[in-house]
Design a binder for this molecule. Structure first.
Ligand code: NAD
Length: 261
């Protein structure tokens, strides 16, 4: 049973892709949802509309998670607009692809800041209140790249392995409380983040976008099918449920068999 009615959920990076899919599943279960991320006013309004359609409240804060002071604002705005955070989904992420020797240091810093350090800040800011109320759920959206590596993704792989480590520590530090912290490790999901890699591959190999998708999946994902944001939302719902009370500090892959190889 998942009874999340009236819980307040903050989903970082929820204006598109996986974050938006998870936000919609949480809204479907009755959570008020704080959205965050970048996008045009029309995109942001559409995301908000898709949440309130479930009869719950939707807040929005466009904080840039590469900046710790804006993360302070994000948490303060969530509390002001919706109330204290019960469910924190650390999802915002970016990618940069390059061999290490050519990897621009400022891209390294940005990937680590958004994909890893922001989760430290959001977690440290909500954890005290969750512990006081003796209930909370923190779900970190890591990646198959939190468990295994690929070439040309040094910062991303380092950040995702880092967030799996952070998940374990927070899972241990909350072990005797009603707060849990776990990570989800998706394989390929066809979101704007991955579409950019598909498009680059199509150009590089002189193939169609459809052929590039098949090429991408064939390399890593034995099911040869993309994971969907809705499926990831389902796993997050389970991790937020009472049935998952003793699931603590895990990094749970949903990856079409990627890391089983
Ligand atoms: P996406 O590009 O569709 O969405 C990323 C979200 O993060 C957007 O809402 C964007 O506005 C937001 N964002 C980016 N930079 C930000 C910043 N500085 N401050 C605030 N928000 C910011 O990407 P996605 O594929 O949905 O990825 C979501 C998460 O899932 C990421 O952490 C990504 O690493 C992870 N992931 C994705 C895949 C995949 O195949 N798509 C696989 C494994 C893990």
């Amino acid at each position: 049973m998942v009874n999340l009615a009236k819980k307040v959920a903050l989903v970082t990076g929820s204006t598109s892709g996986i974050g938006l899919g998870i936000a919609q599943r949480l809204a479907e279960k009755g959570c008020d949802v704080m959205l965050n991320g970048f996008g045009t006013p029309e995109q942001i309004q559409a995301a908000r509309d898709s949440i309130v359609a479930f009869g719950v409240r939707a807040g929005f804060c466009g904080a840039d998670l590469s900046k710790p002071s804006e993360i302070d604002t994000l948490i303060a705005e969530t509390e002001k607009q919706l109330g204290p955070v019960d469910i924190l989904i650390n999802n915002a992420g970016i990618q940069h692809v390059s061999p290490v020797e050519d990897f621009a240091p400022e891209r390294w810093d940005a990937v680590i800041a958004i994909n890893l350090t922001s989760a430290f800040h959001t977690t440290r800011l909500v954890l005290k209140g969750m512990k006081e109320r003796n209930w909370g759920r923190i779900v970190n959206i890591a990646s198959a790249h939190g468990l295994v590596a690929s070439v040309n993704k040094a910062a991303y792989v380092a950040a995702k392995h880092g967030i799996v480590g952070l998940t374990k520590v927070v899972g241990l530090e909350t072990a005797k409380t009603g707060v849990t912290c776990n990570a989800v490790c998706p394989g390929w999901v066809l979101t704007p983040l991955v579409q950019a890699q598909v498009d680059a591959r199509a150009v590089r190999e002189g193939v169609s976008v459809e052929e590039a998708k098949i090429g991408l999946l064939s390399e890593k994902q034995p099911s040869q099918e993309f994971v969907t944001p809705e499926q990831l939302g389902g796993l997050v719902m389970f991790l937020c449920s009472d049935d998952a009370n003793q699931v603590r500090g895990v990094a749970w892959n949903m990856d079409g068999g990627w890391v089983a190889q």
